[in-house]
Unconditional design. Sequence first.
Length: 156
Amino acid sequence: MRPLHLLCLALTLPCLASATAQAAPETPSLRARVHRLLSARHGLPDPAHFAALGPEGRQLLLELGADPKANPWQRGRALMALSQAPGPEVALLYRDVLAEAQAPLGLRRQVVILYARTFPETARNVLLPLTSNAEPELRRVVQVNLQRLDAAARPE
């Protein structure tokens, strides 16, 4: 009878181990959390959600925003999220994306708008050279945002 107990125990231990492993939910990686936040359907989540990711999460957003091979939609969302907590590295990243000849037009248009709204004090100097860009749609978006900047700077 004793060998039968050992056999039963040997057969049930793997089942118990897998049940225990399933009972403890795995915490998602930081990268997975960032991608989940960027995938929100109705706009970006509250800036506090991104701030809760800490400096490592911000670094992941910067990397995703700088990656020309990233999905353009995810990349755009990362650039939008970074506008919620601007800094010099974000301004530099925006300028780099604007200078990227291979970046999709939609992404570059989005960055024109983000730059003008996030960094209005330096936006004029950054956007003015784009008024002679070969892409008419990009020139149009630049002109609209320069007009908005001018209107905001006028005293009432």
